[in-house]
Ligand binder design. Structure first.
Ligand code: SF4
Length: 249
């Protein structure tokens, strides 16, 4: 099945429920799709749906080495709850050692370039390895998470030859939390302390009521830079449509 053909008609996915998108993914791309989870609220909803539907969709996450203690606990809790393995990918030790030796352990505070370098070593490279065997990946992106995500398609090309599938693209934050409460889905307790978007501990903080989720990430930078590179290609933001580029989570 041709990835570009699948992505050529994004409109038809807009009216599908997230469960239908996930079922379509497994039917259209058997053994060729993977779920990239960061254990965020949206990802937990998606994993709950995958499990309820009994879908054969492998799950992985990235351990940057700088995650919150609560996130590690949640990995364990989630695996127990759903009886599914979550494969954990780590950065290459030699690359981390070299980066830290040259730039220091907290290089991400020194410049945007150094922050991107840290994300490249700790996230993007492991992500590329995790995705290598697959033609498509499922993510928990939603359009109202940030200005930079308002055009996120439900299904679209990722700019690197894969299909990127965001079953919750048109869900609101309220829908996510209503689903979590209705289905008793395990979630990161930091969400109850004002952390809306949870990544590395050193690059994440709680936000005030009414602030956008991404305001808690890399708060020392200006807004247009607040992506980790996982959704950019060559420094360009992913946009809807076949001409747009996309990249990793
Ligand atoms: S979020 Fe911060 S610590 Fe984590 S990989 Fe990016 S720059 Fe490094």
């Amino acid at each position: 099945m041709d990835i570009n053909d699948l992505a050529a008609n994004p409109i038809r996915f807009e009216s599908m429920r997230p469960e239908e998108v996930l079922m379509w993914t497994c039917a259209a791309l058997p053994g060729k799709a993977v779920f990239a989870s960061s254990l965020g609220a949206e990802d937990q909803v998606i994993l709950d749906m995958i499990s309820r539907l009994g879908l054969d969709l492998p799950v992985f996450t990235l351990d940057t080495g700088r995650l919150f203690r609560e996130t590690y606990e949640l990995i364990e809790t989630t695996q127990r709850r759903y009886g599914r393995p979550i494969k954990v990918f780590f950065p290459k030790a030699a690359a981390v050692e070299e980066m830290v030796e040259e730039h220091g352990v907290n290089l991400f505070r020194k410049s945007i370039d150094q922050r991107h370098h840290c994300c490249q070593v700790r996230k993007l490279e492991p992500l590329a390895r995790a995705l290598a065997p697959y033609d498509a990946w499922v993510c928990g992106l939603r359009r109202d998470q940030a200005e930079s995500r308002t055009d996120v398609p439900v299904v679209g090309p990722d700019g690197k030859g894969r299909l990127k599938i965001n079953p919750l693209a048109n869900w609101t934050q309220e829908q996510v939390w209503a689903y979590i409460r209705a289905n008793d889905v395990p979630y990161n307790p930091l969400h109850d302390q004002g952390f809306l978007s949870i990544g590395c501990a050193c690059c994440t903080r709680a936000v005030a009521p009414g602030e956008p989720a991404r305001a808690g990430r890399w708060w020392w930078e200006v807004d247009e830079h607040k992506e980790c590179g996982l959704h950019f290609v060559d420094g360009k933001l992913v946009r809807r449509g076949p001409s747009a580029g996309d990249s990793e989570r």
